[in-house]
Ligand binder design. Structure first.
Ligand SMILES: Cc1cc2nc3c(=O)[nH]c(=O)nc-3n(C[C@H](O)[C@H](O)[C@H](O)COP(=O)(O)O)c2cc1C
Length: 148
């Protein structure tokens, strides 16, 4: 059994719905999962005690990428999360009508790599809420489970 931390930033509940689905799948598979809202956590030492971290965040910019309000400060301080050597994966809800569709996903992955995290699998990008892409969510969770 691995200890998995899921942290999500979500303004209208879409990324939160994906986080909940991921939590349910991973917990059903026997992993110990701790799910937290980005609004309620701070970055220093956040990854301590966990084997793997899943970070989820929506995007709200027009031309420039802007991360969801609660997650943005965490992203700024990702360097203090102690992610070096940790397994990491990213997920997001988005709208493909915008320039940076689920733009938080590549941003989190790139910053995670810089910090020495091991990216477990290609990030999950969902149009709308969790109900829009149950198979994609299942596949992503399956890839995460393989890496735990
Ligand atoms: C002003 C504005 C900017 C947005 N920018 C983006 C964007 O850059 N990329 C994207 O994928 N979606 C963008 N969206 C769509 C939201 O990210 C999308 O509705 C998402 O599902 C919200 O997820 P949340 O409820 O978890 O916050 C934008 C929406 C608005 C209203």
């Amino acid at each position: 059994m691995s200890k998995v931390l899921i942290v999500y930033g979500s303004s209208t509940g879409n990324t939160e719905s994906i986080a909940q689905k991921l939590r349910d799948i991973l917990a059903e598979a026997g992993q110990e999962v701790d799910m937290r809202n980005a609004a309620e956590v701070s970055a220093p030492g956040l990854a301590d005690g966990f084997d793997a971290v899943l970070l989820g965040c929506s995007a709200w910019g027009m031309e420039d990428l802007e991360l969801q309000d609660d997650f943005a400060p965490l992203f700024e301080e990702m360097g203090s999360m102690n992610l070096s050597g940790k397994k990491l994966a990213a997920f997001a809800s988005g709208d493909s009508g915008y320039e940076h569709f689920c733009g938080a996903v590549p941003a989190i992955e790139a910053r995670g790599r810089e910090l020495g995290a091991v990216i477990m699998t290609e990030g999950l990008k969902v149009e709308g809420d969790a109900s829009a892409a149950p198979e994609d969510i299942q596949d992503f969770a399956g890839e995460v489970l393989k890496q735990l």
